[in-house]
Design a protein around this ligand. Structure first.
Ligand code: GLU
Length: 430
């Protein structure tokens, strides 16, 4: 970020734009729009969110003071079905970020071919400095403010960064209280006790690992002994690391927002998870070298899973990535300039809208189970997830080989054309 402090306005604008998630999301759409010969009205619509709601969320804090947080819910597009996507709590949330994430949800749902449009929500706050009670009151008031757009056939939130099954439980309860009856299908990723799906919590990590396994098979790399580095040790990174270890891969580095650890001989994921549960971080884990969150991306490994936040792989570090496969567990971890560098270097990148689509896929299963009031076993959920992820991976790979483009462009070609097809059929109202 030192470039930003140089006082050069042009530089500031260029750097800012290069890392603005909405500018990036639009650029990714533009990259395929011409190739697809997109209908102009559909293209124009897809560049902008369909609906944006911005709310002020007053919360009585534990000390009796009132703090007002800013929250957003963005519906990017509803051509293929009701709005679907997570809600994140993070100090760096911006409207542009939430809008980009909503657009990425549209493509993700289209790519795995589930009948949803894309949405995302966010609140600018630091949940790590808030008590559980404060988080609950904030979530309930946020839900009340968003009541008008939520609903099981309108907009169905799910967990994202710093939100979880408990957060969904509060949304479900608040929504149900307001309408006067229980509406479990208004959220997914909710606790099993109130209609959640078996396998949902692990689904994003599990789906990510499935795409890695398919990529390794395609590249004729044996999974046993493959060295894996994972940035982010939350719901996605931790699960992916554990499942890769279960396949006899060697997890050489992991990190969280406090820093990372590296051991070329492999880390025991379960022990690291226990250490983090106790201390709140992975740094300090005995028998490993400390590395920064950025250095984790550059360690000597075969598979890199960035599973934290956006803008981690840029033109500044893309030529130092040593993995031969990068699987984007996070949304938006690689900026377009870095995409090109990785592709030129022959690195096989599995884009976010494919690599992390397992979460929303099992969200769809949860929604279906709730509407049917008929629940599946974990094996059934995992089996169906495997089928969806495999198909999406191979559909994308086929386009990538046929069109001689990287996996991100291939995924966009598929997702955008499916969405545009729906838009063309629906037409412009009135
Ligand atoms: N937040 C997750 C994502 O980015 C899951 C969304 C959902 O299940 O609706 O894909």
């Amino acid at each position: 970020m030192s470039q930003l402090s140089g006082g050069n306005d042009v530089m500031v604008m260029e750097v800012g734009e290069a890392l603005n998630p909405l500018a990036i999301a639009r650029q990714q759409l533009d990259n395929v729009a011409e190739r697809l010969n997109l209908n102009q009205s559909v293209y124009k619509l897809l560049r902008h969110p369909r609906r944006t709601v911005s709310v002020s969320v007053p919360v009585v804090m534990d000390d009796g003071s009132v703090q007002v947080f800013t929250g957003y819910r963005v519906h990017h597009n509803l051509f293929r079905g009701p709005a679907k996507g997570g809600i994140r709590y993070h100090p760096d949330v911006t409207l542009d970020e939430v809008s980009a994430l909503a657009m990425w949800m549209t493509w993700k749902c289209a790519l795995v071919d589930i009948p949803f449009g894309g949405a995302k929500g966010g609140v600018v706050c630091n949940p790590k400095e808030m008590s559980l009670g404060e988080q609950e009151r904030m979530t309930r008031r946020l839900t009340s403010e968003l009541m008008i757009i939520l609903g099981p056939d309108k907009d169905i939130p799910a967990p994202d960064v710093n939100t979880n099954a408990q957060t969904m439980g509060w949304i479900l309860d608040t929504y149900s209280m307001n309408v006067g009856h229980s509406v479990p299908s208004v959220v997914t990723g909710k606790p099993l006790a109130v209609g959640g799906s078996r396998g949902r919590e692990e689904a994003t990590g599990r789906g990510c690992v499935r795409t890695v396994l398919e990529a390794l098979k395609h590249l004729e790399i044996e999974v046993e002994g493959v060295r894996v580095a994972v940035q982010g040790f939350g719901n996605v990174g931790r699960i992916a690391a554990g499942l890769m270890q279960g396949r006899r891969a060697s997890i050489v580095a992991v990190s969280d927002s406090q820093g990372g650890i590296y051991n070329p001989n492999g880390l025991d994921v379960e022990k690291v998870a226990a250490y983090k549960a106790e201390t709140g971080q992975v740094a300090g884990f005995p028998g490993a070298d400390e590395v920064t969150n950025e250095e984790v991306l550059e360690v000597d490994c075969d598979v890199l899973i960035p599973a934290a936040l956006e803008n981690q792989i840029t033109e500044r570090n893309a030529d130092r990535i040593r993995a031969s496969v990068v699987a984007e567990g996070a949304n938006g971890p690689t900026i377009p300039a870095a995409d090109e560098i990785l592709y030129d270097r022959g690195i096989f990148l599995i884009p976010d809208i494919l690599a992390n689509a397992g979460g929303v896929t099992v969200s769809y299963f949860e929604w279906v189970q709730g509407l049917m009031q008929f629940f599946w076993s974990e094996e059934e959920v995992n089996e169906k997830l495997r089928t969806v992820m495999r198909k999406a991976f191979h559909d994308t790979l086929e386009v990538s080989i046929r069109e001689k483009v990287d996996m991100r462009v291939a995924a966009y070609l598929l997702a955008v054309s499916r969405t545009a097809e729906a838009g063309k059929t629906l037409g412009v109202y009135p």
